[in-house]
Each structure stands twice: as C-alpha cells, then as structure tokens.
Design a protein around this ligand. Structure first.
Ligand code: NAI
Length: 408
C-alpha cells in the first residue's frame, strides 16, 4: 500500500515564457520536475516534447490540436496562462480526459486602471494637446478641458472589470451608473439603470466592459453614439466587435463627441511585425492602444499564480473549479483516504457500473462526488487506503471510462 506520492514523478512543461511566479507555486507545492521554455513549439516539436508530460502550461501562441491530444498519453491538464482558450481544442481535450484551466480575472485591475487614466486624459483633451505638441504646436487652453470629479461614468457590463472600475472611479469623485443585462448588486454608491439608452443619455464617460456575444456585437451603432452627450467620451477596452468603428470615426470627424479611447479592434494585427490600420488613426482626440488593457507585469505575475494554483489543486486533490471544459468540483482534503478520480463519457449506465465495482469488492466508500457536463462525467470517490489499487484496476475496465487515476 502506498501512503504518499512522489511528486517529482509528475512532469511539468511550461512554454512561452510564462511568469516565474508559476514555477514558484509548483515548487512550493512540492513539484520539482519542471521544464520552462521561452517560446511556443511547432506541432511536431510539441508532440515530441510532451512525451511523459503530465501538466502543460501555455499562453496564446501554442496550438494544442486534436492530433496533439492523441499522442500525449500522459497529459492530465493544461493551464492556459492567459484569458482566451481558443488555442486549445477543448472538445478533444474533454474526450481525452484532459482538464483545461485559464485565468479570466487576473488582469481585471490593470484594465480598470487604464480606463480610468484614459477617462482623465480624454476629459482634459490631453491626447490632442500632446499630439499637437509633438508636431510643434502649443495649444495652451482650458477650453473643453474638464475634471472628472463630479462627472457621471456610465459602465456597460458590471462584471469583474466594470465593478472594479466603479470602485476606483468613485474614489476620484465620479458618480457611477451602470447597465447590465443581469441585476447586479451596486458597489459603493453606484446605481444600475434599466437600459443602455438611459445610460447613454446621462454619462459623461461611457466605458464598455461586456463580453463578445451575438447581443453585444455592434452594440455601439451610429444611433447609439449619437445618443451620447455632446461632450462625452467613449472608451472600449472590452472586445473589438462591440463598437462600429466607422460610426465612431464619423462621430469624431463631425466632433459629435469629445474623444474616444479604443484598445480592441474588429481586426487586430497578428503580431508586432504586422501593420496596424484603422480609420481612427486620423484623430488626435482618440487614444489608440494595441490591446494592452490587461498587459502589465502585475497581471502576468497574478496569472502565473492563479493558473499554477489551479493545476496544483487538480493534481493534489482533484478539484476542477473554474475549469473551462470539465465538470466543476470543489473537493475537501482527503487525509485519511485514497482518492479515485474517474472521468467517463456521460451516458446511461456508467455510474451503476462504477458503484457495482465497490459493491462487488466490498469496498467502503468514504465520500463520493459527481458532476457532469453534457459529454463528460467526473466521479471522485474517497476509499480506504487498502482498497484503492483494486478499485482502480476495476474502474479502469468500466465501459465508457476515459481516464482513471488515484491520488494518495
Ligand atoms: P465579466 O464576464 O466579469 O463581465 C461582463 C459583464 O457584462 C457581465 O456582468 C454580464 O452580465 C454583462 N453583459 C453581458 N451582456 C451584456 C449586454 N448586452 N449589456 C450589458 N451587459 C452585458 O467580464 P470581465 O472580466 O469584466 O471582462 C469584460 C470584457 O473585457 C470582456 O469582453 C473581456 O474579454 C475584456 N477584457 C479585455 C482586456 C484587454 O486587454 N483589453 C483584458 C481583460 C478582459
């Protein structure tokens, strides 16, 4: 009977220069078999490198395709040390019993800070004055230059970023209103308004913090931009699909609004070597940033900790909370038991076969947890240490099993 697990047997591969905070988390948790590489790998190189690897960490440049899952037979989890998970074939990951995690909220503060800074700059007309000064023009004037204190900030989408921005903005004396499709508890003195129209007619600063959904695509149309107050500014650090860029360019050309700050675009250059083109480049009163809302050293460090922590928790005790492709289970520690993790196809009959294994072998179950998604079932069973090996052997033969492991 084994009572403890040698964590150095688990191999961890971190690609794309993931922040060292991730490695620190693994080492602090007792994992030492770690290889960190500063770049992404090509398909074939990744297949070769994944031999014997249990945990893979990537950022956005690695492509983890079905072919890779088919050859990576030891892989149990992937950590995307970023927000998006499009670079991973999530369907193939689930079918191979590989759990995928990401870091949706580690850069919330970074985005909120940038937006607040942009609100101040735009309300003072600084982007235009700075651009003119670079061209040798001295435009010393207080005309159309305003403090943000006492102005109304209209936040569209009161989620992680919107609500964080709300708190920071109130600290600077702004009045905050927000619109969200869901009823949200307002933080501080903020108040929810029933419609986007109501928000646009009152806000001096309109800031968008919605996800990319069919309902948010093209949300800021020409008509909506026209509803904004004449001296208002528009900020978009959410998704490039949300604002009609041509309509915004027309509004800036016609001086319909005071200015804008745009961090995300319908089409963005694929790399820093590709050119950036947009009708907004003509306007000095429009701050243009290359999708850097969440790009800070602090966010990178937070992401390293957040994702590595999720991988460690999955490895140590089977918890899948906040996984993007797996049934979510938050599990208590299991000091007196061995823990069996059984990942299976979610179809009728599998659970009764699993329970039969325990009944037929007279194995007492300490506790059992089950969670399913449409395609995957995840059962966690704590059993007496003497019985885990026999249970594991039998569970692996249950029809519909994708993967089966034991944690000591
Ligand atoms: P979140 O999911 O926490 O919040 C989004 C909120 O929008 C939710 O409260 C939701 O109910 C609300 N919402 C959805 N549809 C809506 C609609 N039609 N009208 C009004 N509200 C609606 O998301 P989080 O983390 O606050 O992110 C917000 C956006 O910022 C996302 O699009 C995300 O991709 C983007 N983002 C951009 C970054 C950058 O570098 N510029 C970095 C991080 C996130």
């Amino acid at each position: 009977m084994r009572t403890s697990f040698d964590k150095s047997r688990l191999k961890i591969l971190l690609l794309e220069g993931i922040h060292p905070s991730a490695e620190r988390v693994f080492r602090d948790a007792g994992y030492s078999n770690i290889e960190a590489i500063s770049t992404a790998l090509t398909d074939q190189a990744l297949i070769e490198k994944l031999e014997g690897v249990h945990f893979l960490g990537i950022r956005s440049a690695s492509q983890v395709t079905r072919k890779i899952f088919e050859s990576a037979d030891k892989l149990v989890a992937i950590g995307c040390f970023c927000i998006g998970t499009n670079q991973v074939d999530l369907q193939a990951a689930s079918e191979h019993g590989v759990v995928v995690f990401n870091a949706p909220y580690s850069n919330t503060r970074s985005v909120a800070e940038l937006v607040l800074a942009e609100a101040i700059m735009l309300m003072r007309g600084i982007p235009e004055k700075s651009a003119l000064a670079h061209r040798g023009v001295w435009k010393k004037s207080a005309s159309d230059s305003y403090e943000i204190r006492g102005k109304t900030l209209g936040i569209v989408g009161y989620g992680a970023i919107g609500s964080q921005l709300s708190v920071l903005a109130e600290g600077l004396g702004m009045r905050v209103i927000f619109h969200d499709v869901v009823s949200k508890l307002p933080l501080g003195n903020a108040s929810q308004v029933p419609t986007l129209d109501a928000l646009l007619s009152q806000a001096d600063v309109v800031s968008l913090h919605v996800p990319d959904l069919p309902s948010t695509r093209g949300m800021m149309t020409r008509e909506r931009i026209d509803q904004m107050k004449p001296k208002a500014v528009l900020i978009n650090a959410s998704r490039g699909s949300v604002v009609d860029i041509d309509a915004l360019a027309n509004a800036l050309r016609g001086q319909r609004i005071l200015g804008a700050a745009i961090d995300v675009f319908p089409v963005e250059p694929k790399s820093n070597h590709d050119p950036f083109e947009s009708p907004l480049t003509h306007f000095d009163n429009c701050i243009l940033t290359p999708h850097v809302g969440g790009s800070t050293q602090e966010a990178q460090e937070n992401i390293g900790v957040e994702v590595a922590d999720k991988l460690v928790r999955y490895s140590d005790n089977g918890s899948t909370l906040t996984s993007v492709n797996f049934p979510e289970v938050a599990l208590p520690p299991h000091p007196q038991h061995h823990r069996l993790l059984h990942i299976h196809e979610n179809r009728p009959g599998v659970l009764s076969q699993i329970n039969r294994v325990f009944a037929e072998n007279a194995i007492n179950i300490g506790s059992q947890f089950l969670q399913t998604t449409e395609n995957i079932g995840y059962v966690v069973i704590d059993v007496d240490r003497d019985y885990s090996e026999i249970a594991l052997e039998n569970l692996a033969n249950v029809e519909g099993t994708i993967r089966c492991r034991v944690l000591f």
